[in-house]
Design a protein around this ligand. Structure first.
Ligand code: 6PG
Length: 474
């Protein structure tokens, strides 16, 4: 029997599509699933697409792989992943590779990588983005793990990934948990992108009384300019959809409580630990949380708000477009800051420009705009913030008047736009020469003798607030 080049275990939608993608690219793919029926179904339905080597037992699956063995796990992230890894590891030999393609937490990936490294096995935590369609036709792939594992896996992953201008959307992100970390931040940015889109839709609908179908046209128009992206494109599709049963806009028959599987929340949790203000992502996570409290919303429904009528004309559409673009720049700048901070903290040496490059295609946040981010890091790999890149600085400057008008209008008519507002506050905060943090330091020193630094001298100081109020070196 011919041995398979690579294997996939876990054949739910993502795993099945990834296996098919590999087979379509000419790789012999070993396939395994806990319930064998799914494996049989895959071979029956898509067997003609390439070479599949089905296995009923995990041992047979491992035995059917060429050495060094390459096995991709596509199971739901969580405790189940540990069980599958343990079983696989017991069947493997030093030099073999286990790839986890699920949305695992990067700290779990670091732990698993360290444990398997002890046994001579490579554990490759890999972010894969693009949903079922991407998995089949070319996702964006973010593998972590050792350099050796990248040498053995890289060519295959690049082969099956999306390509933009002939460049594969797959690159070695860095050691151990780097791939899953970057995928987590990708998802955080995805949350923030969607929140900003939702705020744009909501504000225009409320202020102009525009219908979802009319707004679909607005998004379609925006998708032809600098906002050109997959999420803007599908927003137009969703807004255009009409519910077959009621004839109402689809968006009006969906329960308005946004769910989450947790990667956005993880992004914010990690950002808190790293001390990186990812306010755009945090607002998006909290906006979902707010939507998910129907009992509080019902209790607050009778609270007073301003009148909604007569608030804007068509010029608001262009203002909102600019506010969306500016807020998006801020959200990405924050996400890239977080990757830079984690890279430093964990010694990953992540190439930020390369991350922008592999997100240009295949993934959910794919956008024309990522080319600009790539250019920014090409021009200055040590850029302290994307906001300082001359192209983005000019874009923010050009948008800021409109951005302020949008936030003002939203506040005036009582439409919540936490994404727009917090992005603007971040922009204004970062560009300030002096921040009121000085007062915060003074207060901390007053009540807790926490000390402060002076603008004109080295060292830490404390003022004796309860005594003579004289300053002494701390
Ligand atoms: C991707 C997506 C994907 C994620 C969903 C759902 O890159 O293909 O990010 O990994 O599962 O977007 O995320 P939430 O359920 O948390 O919204």
């Amino acid at each position: 029997m011919d041995l398979a080049d690579i294997g996939v275990t876990g054949l739910a939608t993502m795993g099945r599509n990834l296996a098919r993608n590999l087979a379509r690219h000419g790789y012999a793919v070993a396939v395994h699933n806990r319930s064998h029926a799914r494996t049989q179904q895959l071979v029956k339905e898509f067997g003609q697409e390439g070479t599949f080597v089905p296995a009923e037992e995990l041992a047979a699956f491992v035995a059917s792989l060429k050495r060094p063995r390459r096995a991709i796990i596509m199971v739901k992230a969580g405790a189940g992943t540990d069980a599958v890894i343990d079983q696989l590891a017991d069947l493997m030999e030093p030099g073999d590779m286990i790839v986890d393609g699920g949305n695992a937490h990067f700290q779990d990936t670091r732990r698993r990588e360290a444990a398997l490294r002890e046994r001579g096995l490579h554990f490759v935590g890999t972010g894969i983005s693009g949903g079922e369609e991407g998995a089949l036709n070319g996702p964006s792939i973010m593998p972590g793990g050792s350099k050796e594992s990248w040498e053995a896996l890289g060519p295959i992953l690049q082969d099956i990934s999306a390509k933009v201008d002939g460049v594969p959307c797959a690159v070695h992100v860095g050691p151990d948990g780097a791939g899953h970390f970057v995928k987590m931040v990708h998802n955080g940015i995805e949350y923030s992108d969607m929140q900003l889109i939702a705020e744009s839709y909501d504000l225009l609908r409320q202020a102009l009384g525009a219908s979802p179908a009319e707004l679909a046209e607005v998004f379609r128009e925006w998708n032809r300019g600098e906002l050109d992206s997959y999420l803007i494109e599908i927003t137009a599709e969703v807004l255009d959809q009409v519910d077959a049963e009621t004839g109402k806009p689809f968006v009006d028959i969906v329960v308005d409580q946004a769910e989450q599987k947790g990667t956005g929340r993880w992004t914010v949790q990690s950002a808190l630990d790293l001390g990186v203000p990812v306010t755009g992502i945090a607002e998006a996570v909290f906006a979902r949380a707010l939507s998910g409290h129907p009992e509080q919303r019902a209790a607050a429904a009778s609270l007073e708000g301003p009148q909604l009528s007569g608030v804007g004309g068509r010029e608001l559409v262009e203002d909102v477009r600019q506010a969306l673009y500016a807020s998006k720049i801020v959200a990405y700048a924050q996400g890239f800051d977080q990757m830079a901070a984690a890279s430093k903290e964990y010694g990953w040496d992540v190439d930020l420009g390369a991350m922008a490059t592999i997100w240009r295609g295949g993934c959910i946040i794919r956008a024309k705009f990522l080319d600009r981010i790539r250019s920014a890091y090409d021009a200055n790999p040590g850029l302290p913030t994307l906001l300082a890149d001359p192209t983005f600085a000019a874009a923010l400057d050009a948008a800021q008047e409109a951005w302020r008008r949008v936030v003002t209008t939203a506040v005036r008519i009582g439409v919540p736009t936490p994404g727009f507002s917090s992005a603007l506050a971040y922009y204004d905060g970062l560009r300030r020469e002096r921040l009121p943090a000085a007062l915060v330091q003074g207060l901390r020193d007053f009540f807790g003798a926490h000390t402060y630094h002076r603008v004109d001298r080295e060292g830490a100081f404390h003022t004796d607030w309860s005594g003579d109020r004289a300053e002494r070196p701390a």
